[in-house]
Design a protein around this ligand. Structure first.
Ligand code: GLY
Ligand code: MN
Ligand code: MN
Length: 363
């Protein structure tokens, strides 16, 4: 992802060298493998120097055969500080080819890249919006086709078909389609249960477009009708989630929103007359409220996020009450924008009137 972020290129065995000299002048140079007519018969042709330049915007591009000489040259005249992406073990391995590199002096560039990947520019937001559109279309197919008797995997397959049929790269992560009690398992991916009357189905899914991910959760009643207790729980999660989104303001700590999630759950459960579990709300809510979204579904593992303009952070509170066979999560993708968060997934239905009743299904 980091390499793609810097170059827009996806083929293997390429390297990007960014170099800053003592005067502060900066250079960028890209090394790519040469196409080989024998290999082309097996795997097609490699990207050309011209195309690599067009995609990456980098002018200085040469073949890999020149790489060792170039790097030895660079390191023989100065005593450089060398940074690599340490999240990629292959980079460190490659460096073993260069005896001049001193392992102890290597610095890790990945924290810098992570930091800049947090803030999305206009083009990145557009790619994520496209991924969200594809996700929306797929969820629409699910709503149209949802009925008792189907297997969870049939719904997952329907979503994946829709994404690929509409031009998506594929999925951001393996689809979760969890019916009834399975909705209370956070990372349920077996997807092999038959869906029964009166069950809720929790979907957590996302399309990928041009490398960028969408990540959305919705919970639907299979027949288009909630039982009274399901509706109460759904209202609690929905109300909480809508209130949380309003708090996705620049300058707010995500940890504060995490605490607010618990407080709102307690308050809203009380309002619906549902007793809080004896051991506390953590029995029913035990994950984080959100994460940065981008080239990866979890674009960063950093939990100490302070929201900033241009970040895209999920808002995904959920309640998982095994004793009621109820698992509900509602997840939207929020673009931070001063005090006015923009919900990029707001068209994907979550209001009760949009996910219940006959209007919901066409068949
Ligand atoms: N689908 C993984 C997540 O929501 O974080
Ligand atoms: Mn998700
Ligand atoms: Mn998520």
């Amino acid at each position: 992802s980091n390499y793609f972020y810097l170059t827009g290129l996806t083929e293997p065995e390429q390297s990007l060298v960014l170099y800053k000299d003592e005067l502060g002048n900066t250079y960028e140079k890209l090394f790519i493998p040469e196409s080989n007519p024998e290999m082309e018969k097996w795997i097609g042709s490699k990207i050309s120097l011209e195309d690599a330049s067009k995609i990456s915007g980098i002018e200085d591009i040469v073949y890999n055969s020149l790489k060792i000489d170039y790097l030895e040259d660079l390191t023989s005249t100065v005593d450089p500080i060398i940074g690599i992406d340490k999240t990629q073990p292959v980079h460190a391995r490659d460096l073993n080819d260069y005896p001049l590199f001193n392992e102890e002096k290597l610095i890790d560039l990945s924290p810098f890249l992570e930091k800049s990947r947090f803030i999305k520019d206009k083009e990145e937001i557009e790619q994520i919006q496209k991924a969200i559109e594809l996700t929306d279309q797929g969820i629409n197919e699910l709503l149209k086709n949802l009925k008792p008797g189907l297997k969870e995997y049939q719904l997952a397959a329907l979503f994946e078909y829709s994404v690929k049929n509409n031009g998506g790269d594929g999925l951001s992560f393996p689809t979760i389609a969890a019916a009834g009690e399975n909705g209370t398992i956070l990372h349920y991916t077996k997807n092999n249960k038959e869906i029964k009357d009166n069950e809720l189905v929790l979907f957590d899914l996302g399309a990928k477009f041009n490398g960028y991910c969408a990540d959305v959760s919705r919970t639907f009643p299979v027949t288009g009708k909630f039982t009274p207790i399901q509706e109460k729980f759904y209202n609690v999660v929905l109300k909480t989630q809508k209130e949380l989104i309003k708090n996705y303001k620049s300058g707010t700590k995500l940890s504060e929103i995490q605490q607010l999630t618990k407080d709102l759950f307690i308050q809203n459960l009380e309002n619906e007359g549902i007793p809080i579990p004896e051991n506390g709300i953590e029995d029913w809510y035990y994950h984080n409220v959100g994460h940065s979204l981008g080239l990866n579904t979890h674009d960063s593992q950093n939990r100490n996020i302070i929201l900033e303009d241009g970040m895209i952070i999920t808002c995904e509170p959920g309640l998982y009450a095994q004793e009621y066979n109820i698992g509900i999560r509602i997840e939207d993708d929020i673009l931070i924008n001063g005090d006015n968060p923009i919900n990029l997934t707001e068209n994907i239905p979550k209001e009760i009137e949009d996910i219940t009743g006959n209007k919901r299904r066409l068949n």
